[in-house]
Structures are given as C-alpha cells and as structure tokens.
Ligand binder design. Structure first.
Ligand code: CAA
Length: 384
C-alpha cells in the first residue's frame, strides 16, 4: 500500500490550489452573500480541464484518475465549496454517467462539450415526494411514436438554471416500479423545460440549485441513456461515483475551516497568550487534523478502488459519511475557536459552517449512507 501521491497528483494539487487561491478566493464572500453564479470561474475550470477530470481524452476529458479528481474537488472546496459542487456535479453525476452508459454517438456529440467545459451539465433525480426514496418518481415520460412527452416537477437540480444538458430520471412504465424508470439526456435549450424557482439556501449559495418543471417536453428516443427501464440503476451507479466527489468536497471544507482556525489561534491572544497554547484549543486542532486525515484516506481509497475497477459502493458511502460528518464537526469547532468572530461574516468560518451541512444531506443523507453500507456488509463475502 502506497500512501504517497504521485508527482503528477502533487502537481495537480498545486495547480488546483493556486487557481483556487488566486482566482476563486477574491470573490468567494461576495458571491456567497449575494447568491452570484461564478460564470467566469466555471469557464476557467473548463479550460483547466477540471470539468471532465477522469473522462477519457477522446471525449474531451483530461484522462486523469479518480484520486486526481478527488484532489481537485478538495482544493476547490477548501476555498469555495460552491465551485467544488458545480465541478463535482458536472464531473461525476453527468460526464461519468454519459461515459459509462452512453453510446458512441452520445459520447462524441454530448459528452465531449460537457467534459471539455464548453457546456454545463446537471443531474435530476429528486422530486418533491422523492428524496431519500428516490424510486418514488412521479415525473412521467409517455411514449408518442419515436418521442416521449415528459411532464413533472424536479427539485434540487444543482447547476440546473445554467445547464445545457440534464440527465433526467422519469417514469416510463409506472406499473414496473423501479424498473419503469428511464434516464433521458435533456437539452435545456428545447421548449418545455423551465426553472420554477432558484432555492435560497443556507450554504453553497454561489452554486445554484433549482426546482424545474417539465411541461410537455418532447424528447426523441435516441436521447435515452442506456435503455428504457434502466434509469434507477443508472442513477444509483452514478451516485456511487458522485459520493466520492462529495466526500472530497467535505474534506476541502473541513481543511479550509481547520486552517482558518489554526491560523487564528496563533494570533488571537487571551489571558496574555495566543489561544493555541491553551490545551483545549490545541487538542481541538489535533482532533480536527486527525479526522480530516482519516476522511481523506477513506476518500482516496474509494477513488483508488474505482480506478482499479473494483467494487466501491460501500467505500464511497463510508467516505461520504465520514467526510461529511467531519466537515460539519470541524466547521463547528472552527467557529468555536473563533468565538464571537466566528459568528461574523468578516471571517470565513461561518461560511464553512453553513456550507458543511449540505454534505450530510445531498447525494444521499448520512442515514442513506448508513443504509447502503449496512446492506453492502450483509452481502456474502463482504469485507468491512
Ligand atoms: N449501486 C448500484 N445499484 C444499486 C445501488 C447502488 N448503490 N443501490 C441500489 N441499486 C440497485 C439494486 O441492485 C437494485 O437493482 P436490481 O433490481 O437489479 O437488483 C435496484 O437498484 C433497487 O435497489 P433497492 O431495492 O436497494 O432500492 P431501494 O428503493 O430499497 O433503496 C436507496 C434504494 C439506496 C434507498 C436509494 O433510493 C438511494 O440511494 N436513495 C438516496 C437518493 C439520493 O442519493 N439522492 C440524491 C439526489 S441527487 C443530488 O443530491 C444532486 C445534487 O444536487 C448534488
């Protein structure tokens, strides 16, 4: 077992860190406060190859491994978790799905612009009544010759208002339940799809998540991803990969909160000394660093399993579960170390605190991760 990142991976971390520090950081607080979409940053992330990191170069991607992908999402999120999730959704929820399940024509025509950053993607599974119970889809796609006509409401579509392409789950045969769900590759520039409302969120406010409506949206059968009826399986497979991305996002948030708290503890003086010299503060920083390292190792292990084409369902859920809880815990501790200043928008930790919460919720809540892990552990021959 090798715990050392390769030279390429170290270079990728440095590239992503420099970009985040120089280009993302100057506007992060204002974008967060005023809900501003980072259009120019998204464009530059595409130019750097951050929007299709692990996608084959023949389809416009950077052709890197999944550990490199995790490193990039971590470094973006260390500065701005909104940029982290925008990239993560495009990479793992859209590009990975198209590369894994798309036919050659779909990969050349639809994946290439998404992986190169020329276009933006979103993923649409959740509905008002279908959150953790993702199979309870109400959006209907009714066959009409070579077309399907889609009607329904989708919730929490991250990137949705700016997306060119959406991987949409819809019910084609309700009588078949889970096996009646189909994944469509939606072109948002066609009539019949619209944004109902942009959510006003607690955190990741620069990344936009919308409720979207489909109103007699007509789509050709060639825009089915995989086959009719495979949509639930496709969505679950995509989410396995997505959970590595969210684990990486959570690690970045935790790391950003840790570094801010550590630096502050060195300059903030109380009772005649820097507060870092009080054992309560020093031990808290020690616990933060230890948990973050453990989360990172879990995420890189899950990514490595994926790179090796090994089963990584439980590994991805474990990484996402532990990293997201580490992010929330570390951000809470960081606010505490900052005291009243931690409650102020003048300092970054209140943003890390707000951003951390969503990592315990989206792409499967912590409860769903525990469910997935426990089910995987019950399979014959499963190793924890
Ligand atoms: N990987 C691959 N296949 C899977 C799978 C996985 N992780 N989990 C289930 N499946 C497959 C099963 O093998 C089964 O297939 P077969 O019939 O061929 O055997 C099929 O899917 C049905 O599985 P279950 O019987 O386990 O389905 P269930 O309804 O009991 O439970 C669940 C499924 C695990 C609870 C699932 O609904 C789930 O993961 N829910 C959470 C949904 C979620 O993560 N939503 C996130 C929304 S996206 C988002 O947040 C986007 C954003 O903006 C960032």
């Amino acid at each position: 077992m090798d715990f050392q990142l390769s030279e390429d991976q170290q270079f990728i971390r440095k590239t992503a860190r420099d970009f985040a520090e120089k280009t993302i950081k100057p506007t992060v607080a204002e974008r967060d406060q005023h809900h501003i979409w980072p259009a120019e940053i998204v464009k530059q992330m595409g130019e750097l190859g951050f929007m299709g990191v692990a996608i084959n170069e023949q389809y416009g991607g950077s052709g890197l491994d999944y550990v490199s992908y995790a490193i990039i999402i971590e470094e973006l999120s260390r500065v701005d978790a909104s940029c982290g999730v925008i990239a993560s959704v495009n990479n793992s929820l859209v590009c990975y799905g198209l590369e894994r399940f798309g036919n050659e024509q779909q990969k050349h025509e639809l994946l290439t612009p998404l992986a190169s950053g020329a276009r933006l993607g979103a993923f649409s599974l959740s509905e008002p009544q279908a959150g953790s119970d993702a199979a309870a889809q109400k959006t209907r796609a009714v066959k009409d010759g070579d077309y399907y006509v889609i009607n329904g409401i989708k919730n929490w579509v991250t990137n949705g208002p700016h997306a060119d392409t959406i991987l949409l789950m819809a019910m084609t045969k309700p009588e078949l339940g889970i096996k009646g769900i189909t994944c469509f590759i939606v072109d948002t520039h066609q009539p019949g799809v619209s944004v109902v409302k942009n959510e006003d969120k607690l955190g990741i406010r620069s990344a936009h998540s919308a409720q979207m409506a489909y109103d007699d949206y007509r789509i050709h059968k060639d825009m089915i991803l995989g086959e009719e009826g495979l949509g639930f399986k496709i969505a679950m497979t995509i989410l396995n990969a997505g959970r590595i991305g969210i684990a990486a996002q959570a690690i970045g948030i935790a790391q950003g909160a840790f570094e801010a708290a550590r630096d502050y503890a060195h300059v903030r003086e109380q009772f005649g000394q820097a507060i870092v010299h009080f054992q309560a503060v020093g031990f808290t920083l020690a616990d933060m660093a230890t948990r973050i390292k453990a989360a990172r190792l879990l995420a890189y292990e899950a990514a490595t399993r994926k790179d090796r084409h090994e089963d990584y369902i439980a590994a991805a859920s474990m990484a996402k579960l532990f990293a997201s809880e580490t992010a929330m815990w570390s951000a809470t501790k960081a606010v505490q170390i900052f005291g009243s200043n931690g409650y102020s928008k003048e300092y970054p930790v209140e943003r890390f605190f707000r951003d951390a919460k969503i990592t315990e919720i989206y792409e499967g809540t912590s409860e769903i991760q525990r469910l997935v892990i426990s089910r995987e552990l019950m399979k014959p021959g499963a190793i924890a």
